[in-house]
Each structure stands twice: as C-alpha cells, then as structure tokens.
Design a protein around this ligand. Structure first.
Ligand code: AMP
Length: 282
C-alpha cells in the first residue's frame, strides 16, 4: 500500500489506472478506523482492481464548537489497518492541499438536508457533498462506498451523483455494530464507561419501535413519543437531538408509516453525540 498526500498525484495515478482498464473503488473516511470502516474496505476489495481509502478530517463539515480539533487521529495506526485489509492506496492530504484559502465552490443538496442532522448542523452536508465531489474528481473511482450509519449522508450523496451525472456507482453498507448493539463510531472513544454501558440502548429503543410497527402501529408521532420516553427513562442524562421518521430516499418527515420508513436518532450522551437508525418498514 502506498500513502499519497498530493491530490494531483492521486488523480494522475487514477487516470492512468483507468486508461489501463483497471477498476477503482474509493472508501472516503475521516480516519481512526474501526470495523465499520474496515468492512467497507473488505466489501470493495472483492469488487475492483484498486482500492483507494481516503483519510481527511474535512473542516468544512464541522461547525465552530464541534469536535474538529479533537477528532481522533492516528495516521500510522490507520495506515497499518488499511494495509492489512488490502487497500492499495491511502490518500491522506493536508488541509491546504484540499482547500485553497479562497475556496469558493460548493456542492449542495439542500432539499435532503432539511431534517435529521441537517437541522442541528445546518452547514454540515454542504461540507460533506463538496468534499465528496472533490474526492470523486480526484480519485476518479468507478465505485464509492458509504455506511448506512450515516443514512442521510448516503441519501444525499446518491442524489448528488444522480443530479450531476457523476460516473460513480454509490454503494451503501449495513451498519456494523458491537455485540452489544452499539453502532461502531470513531466518536465512541469519547464515551465514559457508564455511557458505553448505556449507549446500546439507543439501538434497543429503535428495535422496540420497529416491533410496534410490525404489530400495526403507524402513527409517526406515537412512535417517536414512545421512543423519546424510552430514552428518557432508560438513558439517564441523555439529551435527544432528534428522533424522526422519514422517507429513506427523500428524507422528508412522514406522518404515517405505510411504505418504506426510516427511524433516525441523534442522542447526546455526556459530551458525545451519537447517531443511529433503523429501517422500520421496508
Ligand atoms: P467517518 O470516518 O465517520 O466519516 O466514516 C467513514 C465511512 O464509514 C462513512 O461512509 C460512514 O458511514 C462509514 N461508517 C462509519 N461507522 C460505520 C459503521 N458502524 N457501520 C458501517 N459504516 C460505518
């Protein structure tokens, strides 16, 4: 595996690979790898000739006061893990190589960024779509893979690719969880021991809601109120950012669960904000 820091160099290599008829996949990440990231690498490893993993903590998707400066970072550890899982290239650019001081071009999918994380983090997805578009143009992948843990992000990227005719196949990957049910996240390292014990209840609550739907409940308000009470009762000290039921593709709020529906939550446990989701109707 080689480590590349210069976007121009990566673009040159990728264009050459493509001209030789090789297939290329991109796994965009912000690093501090866990099994979630690594299973994305495993999945594309089987599909293409060359796997590029990008590691870039993208400043434009963090608002002031969010955890940009403290985001966990260990390039050596990540390089070893990515290499062990068969990545060919680790692209780890400096911030100054990805953004000119007067950067002024943005890619936005505002309609899908109104609800869920877009509500409490209004500029977040503009940063995500802009960096992913830049990564696509730099790495020139045939395939790019994203985790369903960040469901709204995946939906937005699929829409961006569709709307802009980007020649990239976007693949989603199911959420990778600990045995306890807690969705793996680089941010789990911030959790105290007590918080770590309580965090699996986030998924437990979502499963209860799916059970209610399976038994015939269809009022979104009833379902979300039930989940709110469950968290209040069972995860003391937690603070709900949002609990919403949305259309899985359009990310608009649903009043009734009749067709495909996703229940998505963001919960603050102490200083850590965790997200999770579950398709409650397929
Ligand atoms: P991040 O480094 O947090 O930006 O994540 C990089 C990619 O890994 C994104 O596509 C995430 O959705 C995906 N990812 C993160 N955690 C998980 C997980 N627990 N299961 C599946 N995919 C994940």
């Amino acid at each position: 595996m080689i480590i590349i820091k210069d976007p121009k160099e990566l673009q040159k290599i990728s264009l050459k690979l493509r001209s030789q008829g090789k297939t290329v996949a991109l796994v965009p990440t912000m690093g501090y790898f866990h099994e979630g990231h690594l299973s994305l690498i495993d999945t594309v490893r089987e599909k293409v000739d060359t796997v590029i993993v990008s590691l870039f903590v993208n400043p434009t998707q963090f608002a002031p006061g969010e955890d940009l400066d403290n985001y966990p970072h260990d390039l050596e550890r990540d390089a070893k893990l990515a290499c062990e899982r068969g990545a060919d290239i680790l692209f780890a650019p400096e911030k100054s190589k990805m953004y000119y001081p007067d950067h002024s071009t943005w890619v936005e999918v505002p309609e899908l960024a109104i609800n869920l994380c877009g509500k409490s983090r209004p500029e977040h997805f503009r940063g995500v779509t802009t960096i992913v578009a830049k990564l696509f143009l730099t790495a020139q992948p045939h395939i790019a893979i994203f985790g369903e843990k960040d469901w709204q992000q995946l939906a937005i990227i699929k829409r961006m690719v569709r709307d802009l005719n980007m020649p990239v196949e976007v693949i989603g990957h199911p959420i990778v969880r600990e045995a306890s049910g807690l969705a793996l996240s680089s941010r789990n390292v911030y959790l105290s021991n007590t918080e770590k014990e309580l965090a699996p209840l986030i998924q437990k609550g979502l499963r209860n809601i799916k059970d209610m739907v399976d038994k015939g409940e269809s009022e979104a308000l009833t379902l979300t109120s039930e989940l709110r009470s469950f968290y209040q009762k069972n995860i003391p000290g937690s603070r709900v950012d949002y609990i919403e039921i949305v259309d899985p593709d359009k990310i608009n709020l649903l009043e009734k669960v009749s067709g495909p529906a996703l229940c998505a939550v963001a919960i603050h446990l102490g200083k850590t904000r965790l997200i999770d989701n579950l398709l409650i109707k397929v």
